[in-house]
Design a protein around this ligand. Sequence first.
Ligand code: AMP
Length: 127
Amino acid sequence: MSYDKDNIFAKIIRGEISCDKIYEDDFVLSFKDIRPQAPSHALIIPKGNYLDINDFSLNASDNEIIGFNRAIAKVADMLGISENSGGNGYRVIANAGNDAHQEVPHLHFHLLAGRPLGPMVFPEKPN
Ligand code: AMP
């Protein structure tokens, strides 16, 4: 699949659709997920056009990769969900492709927190 410049997160980056912004810098935008799956559910997206983590890992510049990774801790600390900032911890999820049920074709990390999150994977069918 090639990158679709009209996906909803590209529109949010361009300011064509609003978001509940948490943090922004040269490399990333972070905002609240519109359908939260936990008491705290943030998304972090790179500003560059990357389809998923695979595309980003292979094709992003070193500065983009560093900037994106640094932003995870910044957002977690800002939200007070990292143990570092007095929280109880959080989970990072990045869905890539069909089996992972990726809905939006622009790389995003989910930061989930605010309650015990249970097992890491919920299989629809036992292995
Ligand atoms: P994924 O299944 O990993 O692609 O997750 C996509 C996420 O984007 C879902 O959790 C949606 O609730 C979220 N989402 C979709 N549209 C918006 C939006 N306009 N603002 C914030 N979150 C959104």
